[in-house]
Design a binder for this molecule. Structure first.
Ligand SMILES: [Zn+2]
Length: 231
């Protein structure tokens, strides 16, 4: 059965044990008058995913209170996360489904660089809490330039997956999945998207360099290539 078969990829948190399960930790953050509600998605070994869910509860205990609505929702979500943690157990089917939603198939013969590029780009665009249509259009235009097998519907499908894992987690998994050439294409895509809106800010720069680090790719080597093309 699907659920008995172990997953070949390594947990992105401890980078030792194989991926065993997935969990979603809802959270709320208040900003005096507004609040943001969402969920963080973790895929990894059982003990790391438990730790991540409890970590989210701890973070909420510190910074989930700063609006009236958040003040009432926060204790419920903290309690939910604390209570669900001990029940998180090995669930290969769930982890496999989450990976597949993120474009990561548990079959190394079917690595789809383009899909992984969409997935990481989407997760990065979502890092500030929302993805607007303008961002999607940029991702579509650039995707069309970089990936020979670009497919608009496939990108939109991934954008619609509301609960992708965080970008650094995806990047860590891609370290063992992608070849150097695949990493180069994906990183080039991410850099171009980040630069497209004309304000390549420090947050984006840091995120991009962390993502490349996790992926085991040297961002500077993209510039070397540009030079060669120019010559
Ligand atoms: Zn782990």
């Amino acid at each position: 059965m699907d659920n008995d078969k172990a997953i070949t990829y390594t947990c992105p948190y401890c980078e030792r044990t194989k991926i065993e399960t997935a969990a979603s930790a809802p959270y709320v953050r208040g900003f005096v008058l507004a609040f943001q509600i969402g969920a963080k998605n973790f895929i990894g070994c059982t003990s790391c995913v438990r730790g991540k869910v409890l970590g989210e509860a701890g973070l909420s205990l510190l910074c989930g209170w700063f609006s009236i609505t958040a003040f009432f929702i926060n204790p419920v979500l903290i309690l939910y996360n604390v209570l669900q943690a001990p029940f998180i157990s090995k669930n290969y089917a769930k982890a496999r489904k989450k990976l597949s939603d993120a474009g990561i198939e548990d079959d190394e013969s079917s690595v789809d660089v383009t899909r992984l590029g969409y997935s990481l780009a989407t997760s990065m665009m979502a890092a500030d809490g929302h993805i607007d249509e303008e961002e999607i259009i940029v991702a579509l235009e650039l995707g069309n330039k970089i990936f020979p097998d670009f497919n608009e519907n496939e990108l939109r499908q991934i954008v619609n997956v509301k609960d992708l894992p965080p970008p650094l987690d995806i990047a860590t998994m891609l370290r063992e999945i992608l070849t150097e050439e695949g990493k180069r294409a994906v990183c080039l895509y991410l850099v171009m998207i980040a630069q497209a809106d004309g304000n390549f800010d420090d947050f984006e720069k840091k995120l991009l360099s962390d993502v490349a680090d996790k992926m085991g790719f040297d961002l500077d080597s993209l510039n070397d290539d540009d030079d060669e093309v120019a010559e």
